[in-house]
Design a protein around this ligand. Structure first.
Ligand code: GLN
Length: 208
């Protein structure tokens, strides 16, 4: 389906269907970033939608779980009866910040029931109050075009990964980006700012 811009596999009627979990958090920012990424890639027939019900999830190729408040998102996933549909989802999951906490197998916090999609332990709010937010240039394995300007907002750190999980970026405090099969999880917010390379990388993964 999707390949980088200029390549033709996205033209015509073949496209991808991307959902952004829309119970709380940076939903519209991810919708905007995915639309931009698909535009760069020439994926004219693709669709990006906000997801509020379990029934939509199996119809998707990719699902984004945005940043926000992981305790709230966890509670709303259950309130909206979406947990099983997310756990059973066969497409790729793109999880950012609070989303990273949710897809982990160990959230370190009883208020966040982890989905167990990526075998890893996380430390919520790992940077503490004094450094709740910061920006830095990140080296990300396999990302062309230079460092990624990453925005961290009360971000988690990954403290342990299973052998099947690929670490693609770390800073001195710990791991901040991982991939597992079609899934990606990032401590920071690639949907803030105009750099859609990581959204494009996810789209490439789910299109292959
Ligand atoms: N600290 C938040 C949490 O763990 C995540 C913050 C964010 O997504 N920007 O829920």
């Amino acid at each position: 389906m999707c390949t980088r811009s200029g390549k033709t596999r996205c033209s015509g009627s073949v496209g991808v269907r991307i959902g952004v979990l829309a119970v709380q958090g940076n939903v519209s920012e991810h919708v905007h970033a995915f639309r931009g990424a698909l535009g760069h890639m020439g994926c004219v027939a693709s669709e990006v939608l906000q997801v509020r019900d379990a029934g939509t999830i199996p119809t998707l190729d990719g699902l984004a779980i945005p940043g926000g408040e992981s305790t709230t998102i966890s509670r709303l996933i259950d309130k909206n009866c979406m947990r099983k549909a997310i756990e059973d989802f066969e497409g790729g999951i793109f999880a950012t910040c609070a989303g990273m906490v949710l897809v982990s197998s160990d959230s370190g916090d009883p208020k966040v029931e982890p989905l167990g999609i990526i075998g890893m332990s996380v430390d919520r709010n790992a940077f503490g109050r004094q450094r709740e937010s910061f920006e830095t240039e990140l080296k990300i394995e396999g990302l062309t075009g230079g460092d990624f300007h990453a925005i961290f907002i009360r971000a988690p750190i990954v403290t342990r990964v299973d052998a099947s999980v690929r670490v693609i970026s770390r800073i001195s405090q710990g791991i901040v980006a991982v991939e597992k099969g079609k899934h990606m999880a990032l401590s920071f917010h690639p949907e803030l700012g105009n750099d859609t390379r990581l959204h494009e990388r996810f789209l490439e993964k789910i299109g292959n």
